[in-house]
Ligand binder design. Structure first.
Ligand code: PLP
Length: 409
């Protein structure tokens, strides 16, 4: 069903004026050739590429879209604010409204600060932790993604060893490895940064061991270091609050972006009172960080998430998707792993070293009108209807058939 003449022309033009034709996580260069690079728009759980091909969206703009594209209440709030003003000499009253709403909604939060991207938020958390503690060392999990700044980018081009001079690494869910890294940092340990579960792109996902989360909290309590939860990818998809609230562990600082404003550009740092002084001391800002429209969109998003019981709706859809996919894999006799929370799943095929089978699966799903990803976790939105789910499962059945054909009977 997919034909891409307009996309091909745009790619040709892009190659001349955009380095590499495209960059970053939305580059289609590393996706199977059937994938479009350029998108026209979306509504609910449906999206259209520039050539008008329609897909059920299982990537949700890589996380920001949680209520579905063009959610009416969110867009109405954004438009109403836009009619007043967006980027001004000072923030709008919505900034205080949003900070109050976040402090009410997220258990560990006593205060909020805002920025644009997840990288801004994770980097700010580290800066605040260092300002508060007067120490330098930050521990992060090997292979974890916390953004694209020199201290955390997965690609070394253009960075220096000095950018990471004050970082130490541990293995996710391995408390002994954290203790070793903390001992090495000694009394210079400023913070431990951790994601709600292990969601490194291209690898099977791993849910957090609650004992590991509690161990990190205890270690930070004992050393005075900040526990930083990077909730950029999971925030407001797993829980209406911090993703570790169901685990029973509260961080000192948390980083948010993606789903916080249903696709409008906003990030947040939330923190407790123990780190308020550090947050007050650091100079962090940006020309667009105080824009009112995304803040109005965030208030409407968080309100709708609660009113629509969206987290539970996503969990139900995600569970049905998992059940359907696993049943199909069994019936095609294809050994797979389907890991992570049901609302952020990731599918791998046994022995599929170079994602070859994942590419076959994804390309066929795309031809069947479903946009998912061969090497990154998928995202379920609250806008997915029963009809959308049925459409997805029809396409994934054909995708499994294509994989079966690829490896032979
Ligand atoms: C866990 C996590 N942290 C941080 C980031 C960086 O966010 P941004 O791309 O908005 O800078 C991402 C983005 O994918 C992420 O998934």
């Amino acid at each position: 069903m997919t034909d891409h003449p307009t996309d091909r022309l745009l790619r040709d033009r892009a190659r001349a004026v955009i380095p590499g034709g495209m960059y970053g996580h939305q580059s289609a260069n590393a996706l199977p050739p059937a994938y479009p690079q350029f998108m026209r728009g979306g509504r609910g759980a449906r999206i259209w590429d520039v050539d008008g091909n329609e897909y059920v969206d299982l990537m949700c703009s890589y996380g920001p879209v949680v209520l579905g594209h063009q959610h009416p209440a969110v867009e109405a709030a954004a438009s109403a604010q836009a009619a007043l003003g967006d980027c001004q000499n000072g923030p709008g009253p919505v900034m205080v409204d949003l900070a109050e709403l976040l402090v009410r909604t997220v258990r560990h939060a006593d205060w909020a600060m805002f920025a644009k991207n997840g990288t801004d938020a994770t980097t700010m958390c580290c800066t605040i932790a260092r300002a508060q503690t007067g120490r330098r060392k930050i521990l992060a999990a090997t292979g974890a993604y916390h953004g694209a700044a020199p201290w955390c980018t997965p690609r070394p081009a253009g960075t220096t060893p000095e950018d990471r001079a004050n970082l130490g690494y541990y293995t996710y869910n391995d408390l002994a490895s954290v203790r070793r890294a903390a001992a090495e940092a000694g009394d210079d340990l400023a913070a431990i940064v951790v994601s709600p579960f292990k969601h490194d792109a291209g690898y099977d996902q791993e849910l957090v061991d609650p004992a590991f989360a509690r161990g990190l909290r205890a270690l930070c309590d004992a050393t005075g270091a900040a526990l930083i939860l990077d909730d950029v990818r999971c925030g407001f998809r797993l829980h209406l609050g911090s993703s570790w609230e169901p685990v029973g562990v509260d961080p000192d600082l948390s980083a948010w972006s993606k789903a916080i404003a249903n696709g409008h550009p906003l990030a947040a740092v939330l923190g407790n009172d123990a780190f308020r002084t550090g947050a007050q001391q650091v100079f962090v800002t940006g020309s667009f960080w105080f824009s009112a429209v995304p803040m109005a969109a965030a208030i409407a998003t968080i309100t709708a998430l609660g009113e629509e019981n969206a987290v539970a709706a996503m969990a139900r859809t995600g569970a049905a998707l998992r059940e359907g996919i696993l049943e199909q894999a069994r019936s095609w006799e294809l050994p797979v792993k389907y890991t992570g929370p049901a609302v952020m799943p990731y599918l791998t095929f046994a022995g599929d070293q170079n994602h070859e089978l994942a590419n076959v699966f994804a390309a066929q799903a795309l031809r069947g009108g479903v946009y998912l990803h061969p090497r990154h976790n998928w995202f379920v939105s609250a806008a997915m209807t029963g009809a959308d789910l049925a459409h997805v499962l029809e396409a994934t059945d054909q995708a499994f058939a294509a994989v079966r054909k690829q490896i032979g009977q």
